[in-house]
Design a protein around this ligand. Structure first.
Ligand SMILES: [Zn+2]
Length: 266
């Protein structure tokens, strides 16, 4: 992968901060670029897990439903030596995740919608969070949508059953072919409806439905601010594009927001 230079200037960071402070209701949409500095390998692109090992089956959810016991056995076997799971277990939030928590504490950022399953926004302390593709550290009931930590569920009998309703339990990570859980989708729709600014961090916003939320805000006259090392398909409709890694740019943006806030109160 060609090394991409970080080109976002202080002036651009300041402009983004002013745009965010001028918004009535700002939300963020984050993707894989957010977690690179936390050691989570990307799925696609050079060095990506799917590039190296092949894409998972596009009907993963149907395979799970056809034989949940076997799917659970395969999953538990796979998580032992798997490159992604090793990285997920080791990963810690990076300064980009921390910066979004600071923006929330400032009252500037109202919600983070993430496409990442790596639990890092939650681990950083983000309070208003919608994990649209689920969370690898959780188990979800397909009937009542209750979530549980792995330590709360006995896995000696497979497939495990929900302690609340006896429904079938599955990893919270949304599989290919699986509908986005209704509760998360509703939350995202509500947030997108209220938002008049979306901060896109580390995502090319080409994966639906997440991309649709940003475009919907734009269509209603809202603004899009992009933080990404690379130009992407959504760049053309962004009001401001900051070319930098999320882990280095978001802390600069959080500092600018805090500075402007302090100055306006002085
Ligand atoms: Zn249940």
């Amino acid at each position: 992968m060609a090394q991409q230079a970080e080109t976002a200037s202080e002036g651009e960071v300041l402009a983004a901060a002013q745009m965010m402070l001028g918004a009535r209701y700002a939300i963020a949409l984050t993707g894989a670029g957010m977690s690179v500095e936390s050691g989570i390998p990307p799925f696609r692109g050079p060095g990506g897990l799917w590039t190296k090992h092949g894409e998972p089956p596009m009907n993963g959810f149907q395979i799970f439903l056809a034989d949940p016991k076997k799917a659970w056995e395969d999953k538990l076997r796979r998580t032992q030596g798997d490159e992604l799971y090793a990285a997920l277990r080791e990963a810690r939030p990076n300064p980009g995740h921390q910066a979004l928590v600071e923006m929330e504490a400032l009252g500037v950022l109202r919600c983070v919608i993430t496409q990442n399953i790596d639990n890092l926004h939650r681990a950083a302390g983000q309070k208003s969070l919608a994990e649209i593709h689920g969370n690898f550290a959780l188990i979800r009931c397909l009937e009542c949508a209750s979530r549980f930590g792995f330590e709360q569920i006995a896995l000696d009998e497979l497939p495990p059953r929900c302690p609340v309703c006896s429904g079938l339990l599955k990893s919270d990570t949304v599989a290919f072919g699986e509908p986005i859980p209704r509760d998360v989708l509703t939350r995202c729709e509500e947030q997108a409806e209220r938002a008049d600014l979306v901060l896109l961090a580390g995502t090319s916003a080409t994966v639906y439905p997440a991309a649709g939320f940003a475009l919907e805000v734009k269509r209603r006259g809202g603004r899009l601010v992009e933080v990404n090392l690379y130009e992407s398909e959504i760049t053309a409709v962004c009001d401001l594009s900051l070319r930098a890694a999320a882990a280095s740019l978001l802390p600069r943006l959080a500092r600018a927001l805090a500075g402007l806030r302090a100055a306006s109160r002085a």
